[in-house]
Design a protein around this ligand. Structure first.
Ligand code: NAD
Length: 400
């Protein structure tokens, strides 16, 4: 097998077949009958059992979403803080009562589990994902995939060796809103996208309850090494969308980021950041984020050769234009607004990504977003932190 590091995403999809995870399919899924779920909504040949690792804040959303995915049953919960498992089990609406397991090895030794969902702090993703793949489990891993590109390469290596699926939790890839954005950019006469202006301004991270972490364990989001700061924790979503829009490899990253609002709780994780990225197709991304916003969020904008698209507030507006000094094109389209609500454009993609993951386990779909897409996002995240720390432009290739 060719060394994964040099695999471009397209090659990876070509090379690695998911044959290993196909199951013999026969007639109407039994489970659909027993659960009286209309067969057309039950999309897999069997019900899959998943173990949730990390029963913190995000697990509430994932458990809520899984309540709407009849193809997946939560069979086990795992957290290093035992009382959280009971709290989360109360949110589970379907299936049998899950087992509570407070160490990873015991959970991975549960043969009945087909998969795990990794919903723990960012710096723990690599170790847990690799252990799970090597234990023969499919893995749904929350974003960001990992802290470094080197970590991502090791995780992709484990996918290759185990032939199990790894899907990354950047849910916008399954959200109606962002699919509408991609569709507009691919089909409307806006021309090639040359630059983007993207923003993530929000309030500060929540204050955990006193008993949320083992005594003396500081909150990981205030620790740069554990979280990656504002660009990792927030930027991962829209930066991944930008990779999707540009459909080109990031080449160079330049960034300034750090701690500058000393009215916030003491931390060493960045509370603001600006990131510039140059892509192989010449396009440029311009990202800004902070955690001290008390106002409304700014609109995300994509600038094309013949049109500008702005997204926000449940709508996508497109204005068409032509460069000064050139005659107005006869067929210049009218500006338009596309509503991003209704026509099942709701749904931020959380349920949809898990429904897709069920089909992945059933051998019907490939993981999406996969480890390559996850890594491409981490290339920009890690590159941005290195650029800010070393005060220089980072060539993505340096990251491995
Ligand atoms: N996709 C999204 O929109 C989204 C939103 C929020 C968070 N997240 C991601 O989800 C992950 C978790 O974030 P959160 O807000 O739930 O954090 P959190 O701190 O609330 O929860 C993390 C949980 O993991 C547990 N944990 C830590 N190490 C563990 C280990 N080795 N084994 C088992 N449990 C362990 C902690 O005790 C805690 O309960 C992060 O990667 C974050 O970036 C994604």
């Amino acid at each position: 097998m060719k060394n994964t590091k040099n695999f471009s995403r397209r090659e990876f999809i070509g090379a690695s077949s998911l044959a290993g995870i196909g199951f013999a399919l026969s007639g109407t899924p039994l489970m659909a009958q027993s659960l009286a779920i209309p067969t057309e909504t039950f999309t897999t040949s069997k019900k899959f059992k998943i173990g949730i690792i990390g029963c913190g804040n995000r697990s509430k959303t994932i458990i809520g979403a899984l309540n709407n995915v009849p193809e997946i049953e939560i069979a086990a919960l795992c957290d290093i803080v035992p009382h959280k498992m009971k709290q989360r089990s109360e949110l589970i609406k379907t299936g049998d009562k899950p087992k509570f397991v407070n160490n990873l090895d015991d959970l991975l030794n549960m043969d009945e589990l087909d998969a795990v969902a990794v919903i723990t702090p960012n710096d723990t993703h690599k170790e847990i994902v690799i252990a799970a793949l090597e234990a023969g489990k499919h893995v749904f891993c929350e974003k960001p995939m990992a802290i470094t590109v080197a970590d991502c390469n090791e995780m992709i290596g484990a996918v290759d060796r185990s032939r199990k699926a790894l899907q990354i939790g950047t849910q916008r890839r399954h959200s109606g809103e962002y699919k509408a954005l991609i569709e507009a950019i691919r089909t409307k006469p806006v021309g090639k996208i040359l630059q983007s202006g993207l923003f993530d301004y929000r309030g500060d991270w929540r204050v955990p309850e006193a008993d949320e972490y083992p005594t003396g364990t500081p909150y990981w989001r205030l620790d740069q090494k554990r979280s990656g700061g504002v660009v990792y924790e927030m930027g991962a979503h829209i930066i991944d969308v930008n990779n999707w829009v540009f459909d080109s490899e990031p080449v160079s990253v330049c960034s300034l980021q750090g701690v500058n609002n000393f009215s916030l709780r003491k931390r060493d994780s960045s509370d603001h950041g600006g990131v510039l990225v140059q892509y192989a197709n010449g396009a440029m991304m311009n990202y800004g984020g902070n955690v001290y916003n008390y106002g409304s969020n700014a609109l995300d904008t994509f600038f094309g050769v013949n049109g500008t698209l702005q997204m926000g507030g449940g709508k996508l507006s497109i204005k068409y234009g032509f460069p000064n000094g050139f005659p107005k094109p006869k067929d210049l389209p009218q500006a338009e607004q596309i509503s991003l609500t209704g026509n099942n454009r709701e749904g931020d993609g959380v349920v949809e990504q898990l429904r897709h993951f069920a089909k992945v386990m059933d051998g019907k779909e490939k993981p999406y977003p996969d480890g390559y897409i996850g890594r491409q996002c981490v290339q920009i995240l890690e590159g941005s932190v290195r650029s800010a720390q070393e005060r220089r432009i980072i060539d993505i290739k340096e990251l491995g």
